[in-house]
Design a protein around this ligand. Structure first.
Ligand SMILES: Cc1ncc(C[n+]2csc(CCOP(=O)(O)OP(=O)(O)O)c2C)c(N)n1
Ligand code: SF4
Ligand SMILES: [Mg+2]
Length: 309
């Protein structure tokens, strides 16, 4: 009876559906990429026992107020600055108790690239046994859509009305430089690749970092139904490379893009945040090429994703 595309034909009856991590009644906007990520995480986790640590961000408020919660698993809300440390403490307690629980720190780009970077870097340097997932909507969404250091150049935000001048930080480069066991980017438009990486990262030991491009219709000024298509366009155009880094040195490129100019134009034109800020396909092309030259140099190898959707 139920055959939702996002579940890849796996859920046919009510009994086939495991309880979602983020239940109905949550306060996320329609079309939020983070909601989609939570659905993928549920599927990838299957029967694994999970705990979440979430610093201030949209994910922190979407569960609702105590004693109610839209989260179906134990969830701790932390300050920005302590998120990775709290997750680290939680993982250590689970280990001391002999539990199999996997602790996930789920944070936005503001909490990751900017405000929580100190403890994130410290936990990565100590190779603590946590999975850190950054859902990157390229703004401080929860406080009204201000720029973060993940906001790309040319995007209008509520604090850069005419478009941000500075370029986006290379978060995977920063995390790979910590020589952590696993760091990877995730495209929600590539379901098999997403599930494979989530499963790998859930089972691996030591510090794992996942970077997820997370459409935000509210901040990106885009249609809610276009979120996954926007991610697909970002991948096709080369704007969002999908790759993995093992131990900070072995780079594996998972999707070879078409570097399609049409995809890049579509990506820009479907989001009003890029309107009238001067950003064009031509202005973005050099930085895309520079980054890809770097990635090719680091990897020397292309592994296509198993299924492009
Ligand atoms: C130290 C500190 N500074 C600022 C805030 C206010 N604040 C709460 S959520 C938020 C935005 C978080 O952005 P991000 O991490 O990208 O998550 P998103 O809201 O986009 O989901 C800010 C600035 C805070 N709670 N604590
Ligand atoms: S503001 Fe953006 S990230 Fe936050 S709930 Fe809405 S769509 Fe999701
Ligand atoms: Mg954000």
């Amino acid at each position: 009876m139920m055959n939702e595309p996002a579940l890849n034909g796996m859920a046919h009856t009510e009994q086939d559906r495991s309880e979602p991590l983020l239940r109905a009644g949550n306060s996320n906007c329609g079309g939020c990429g983070m909601s989609n990520l939570m659905q993928m995480l549920r599927r990838a986790a299957a029967e694994r026992e999970l705990k979440l640590v979430i610093p201030a961000c949209c994910a922190a408020v979407t569960g609702g107020s105590f004693p109610e919660s839209a989260f179906s698993i134990p969830t701790i809300m932390s300050t920005f600055a302590s998120a990775a440390s709290v997750a680290n403490g939680d993982a250590s307690v689970a280990q001391l108790n002999g539990e199999e629980t996997r602790v996930i720190c789920l944070a936005g780009d503001g909490g990751t690239y900017d405000i929580g970077m100190g403890t994130l870097s410290a936990a990565a340097e100590r190779n603590e046994d946590i999975l850190y997932i950054c859902y990157d909507n390229e703004i401080y969404g929860n406080t009204g859509g201000q720029r973060s250091s993940a906001t790309p150049a040319g995007a209008a935000t509520t604090s850069t009305l005419h478009g941000k001048q500075e370029t986006k930080k290379d978060i995977l480069g920063i995390m790979a430089a910590h020589r952590i066991p696993y760091a990877a980017s995730i495209s929600l438009a590539h379901i098999d690749d997403t599930l494979r990486k989530l499963q790998f990262a859930l089972d691996a030991r030591g510090f794992r970092f996942l970077h997820v491009l997370s459409p935000c219709p509210t901040g990106w000024k885009s249609e809610p139904a276009m979120g996954i298509e926007l991610v697909r366009l970002a991948v096709r155009s080369g704007l969002f490379p999908v790759f993995e880094v093992f131990d900070g040195e072995r780079y594996v490129l998972n999707v070879e893009p078409e570097f399609s100019g049409e995809a890049l134009m579509m990506y820009l034109s479907l989001q009003r945040r890029f309107r009238n800020t001067g950003v064009t396909e031509e202005s973005l092309r050099p930085s895309i090429e520079r980054y890809w030259n770097y990635l090719r140099l680091m990897s020397g190898r292309i592994v296509p994703a198993r299924r492009n959707v």
